[in-house]
Write a protein that binds this ligand. Structure first.
Ligand code: ADP
Ligand code: MG
Length: 541
């Protein structure tokens, strides 16, 4: 440490700390291990939940890797990389976040042993990369094809993604997810997640959750005298407020007499009236506004028989534009009938005492909403995450057209093939490839533990089964605490969860192993690192 410190003083600001070479690597590995260990026990249908309490005392209870990592508010840069990894996995395939982080943690942890034996990081990295490319190849080899409209198979995928979550309602919810996706896919692989919107409303219970053929907004109509049901709606989407702009500070208006005040008010009224006139001239009968709507404008709109809602989320406006064919308008000045979208059936309906707006019969019918009901905020939030995972899994299956058996069976099979491949490579890379295979086995091991099985015995039993190619579907049956042919049990997963997890986990492990120098400015002094006794900061290392 001493020579480090003397170097610090040469070019770094006072109070900066620097860790180099082995110290830096060790610390990063420690953090990566700590973070991945923290979420490992959530893996699988019998994984445990984590309860997270933020600074404001708000509680999140979750089993979802990405959510837990996000809520952990990790300060250490390596921890942040793992949070990013989970996010990428979520964005790319919508499921498998825990798997990705556990694999990354495992790779880094194995690398530590190699570093102890003075094997250079570049050799480990080379071996890992060879292994990950081969692993993707092997996952593809063992995968099976699925057609875009195989309802039963997609249902199995959704169910696997949901087992252990949403409890006894997972079957009904899987059906809703698959029905929704089949409605919007219509045999095509071109699917986007925003075509299936989840709108949650507290009250009732999970069993009341419904699929709506159209878009639902948790918004009430702004004025009681506006029509509450519209057939053949002509829809205007506007992003600016239907209000008179507040005068800028430098342009403050000096009002010195009552006449002037009246004139000013008249002018404001006139501006709002003109706005509504312009809208009315287009023939619109429904205004959906991203910002506020002035009381007086509401009054004029109601008088003109036009329904309006306000403060609608930008993402919803974008979805509405695609579904209804409306243009998104920023300024009302040149708005015309051509800018309007349509929907054959729009109505406001009370759900749990609140008005919600239903927009059905859109010209582009490829948009549906899952109206999620449940008795508590916690339940709704966690179920929405579960639904999102299932939607991601089904969409990803349709896109890749391939699936593998769950319960760690694909990992076991790929690990076996990797070990054979390693022998053909030889040298020190062989060791890294074998280590990679062992890391994949962490998935079935963890699933076994969660089911109360002995991890080692289970792995050995699975390896034996997999010697026979007709048994390559064997994995951990977590629900029945035994090993079983998961493919025959129809517990299956999209291939992309596996390949994406392996590829991005390898990339992150590589990044972590390449770092041999940490320079921290003084401001990081107060920051603590997760997973370390007493949250030790960098200063104490
Ligand atoms: P992730 O965030 O990685 O998706 P999950 O908690 O959703 O983590 O767990 C996914 C793992 O659980 C996968 O390895 C999957 O094969 C396994 N799994 C899901 N359902 C079952 C089941 N019924 N039996 C055994 N394993 C299952
Ligand atoms: Mg999952």
């Amino acid at each position: 440490m001493n020579d480090n410190q003397s170097q610090n003083t040469t070019f770094l600001p006072e109070g900066s700390k620097r860790e180099r070479g082995k110290d830096a690597q060790r610390m990063n590995i420690l953090v990566a291990k700590a973070v991945s260990n923290a979420i490992k026990t959530t893996l699988g249908p019998r994984g445990m939940d984590k309860m997270l309490v933020d600074e404001m005392g708000d509680v999140t209870i979750s089993n979802d890797g990405a959510t837990i990592l996000k809520e952990m508010a990790i300060e250490h840069p390596i921890g942040k990389m793992l949070v990013e990894l989970a996010k990428t996995q979520d964005d790319e395939v919508g499921d498998g976040t825990t798997t990705a982080v556990v694999i990354a943690g495992g790779l880094v942890s194995k690398a530590e042993n190699f570093l102890d034996e003075s094997i250079h990081p570049s050799i480990i990295i080379k071996g890992y990369k060879m292994a990950s490319e081969k692993a993707v190849e092997y996952f593809n080899e063992i995968s099976e094809k699925v057609s875009v409209d195989d309802r039963q198979l997609l249902l199995d995928i959704a169910k696997t993604s949901m087992t252990g979550k949403a409890a006894e309602n997972s079957s009904a919810l899987s059906n809703i997810v698959v029905d929704g996706i089949l409605k919007i896919s219509k045999g095509s692989k071109e699917l986007e997640k925003d075509q299936i919107k989840i709108e949650q409303k507290i009250g009732g219970n999970l069993a009341d959750t419904k699929l709506i053929d159209g878009i639902v907004l948790d918004k009430e109509i702004v004025h009681p005298e506006m029509p509450r049901a519209i057939k053949n709606a002509k829809i205007l989407l506007v992003t600016s407020a239907l209000e008179v702009k507040e005068p800028e500070t430098e342009a403050k208006i000096q009002i010195t007499s009552p006449d002037q005040l009246q004139a000013f008010i008249d002018q404001e009224e006139q501006t709002l009236k003109t706005m509504v006139d312009r809208i009315q001239a287009t023939g619109a009968n429904l205004v959906i506004c991203q910002k506020g709507i002035d009381d007086l404008a509401q009054h004029y709109l109601a008088k003109a028989g036009i329904t309006a809602i306000r403060r609608v989320r930008e993402t919803d406006i974008e979805t509405l534009a695609k579904a209804t064919g409306a243009k998104i308008i920023n300024r009302l000045k040149n708005v015309t009938a051509k800018d309007l979208g349509t929907a054959s059936n729009v109505y406001s309906k009370k759900i749990a005492g609140d008005d919600m707006l239903f927009i059905e019969g859109c010209p582009n019918p490829n948009y549906v909403t899952i109206l999620l009901r449940g008795s508590s905020e916690q339940l709704l939030a966690e179920t929405e995450r579960t639904l999102n995972d299932a939607i991601g899994a089904v969409i990803s299956t349709i896109k890749s057209g391939k699936f593998v058996a769950a319960g760690g069976s694909s990992e076991i099979e790929v690990a076996l093939r990797l070990k054979n491949f390693a022998k053909t490579v030889g040298g020190r890379e062989q060791l890294a490839i074998e280590a990679f295979a062992e890391v994949l086995e962490i998935i079935p091991k963890t699933l076994a533990e969660s089911a109360g099985l002995d991890a080692i015995d289970t792995i050995v039993a699975l390896r034996t089964k997999h010697q026979d190619q007709s048994n390559k579907g064997y994995g951990v049956d977590v629900i029945n605490s035994t090993i079983a042919d998961m493919k025959k049990k129809r517990v299956i997963e999209p291939i992309a969860i596996k390949t994406q997890a392996v590829l991005s986990a390898t990339e992150v492990a590589e990044m972590i192993l390449r770092i041999d120098d940490i320079i921290a400015g003084q401001s990081s002094k107060s920051k603590t690192m997760p997973g370390m006794p007493g949250g030790a900061g960098m200063d104490e290392m």
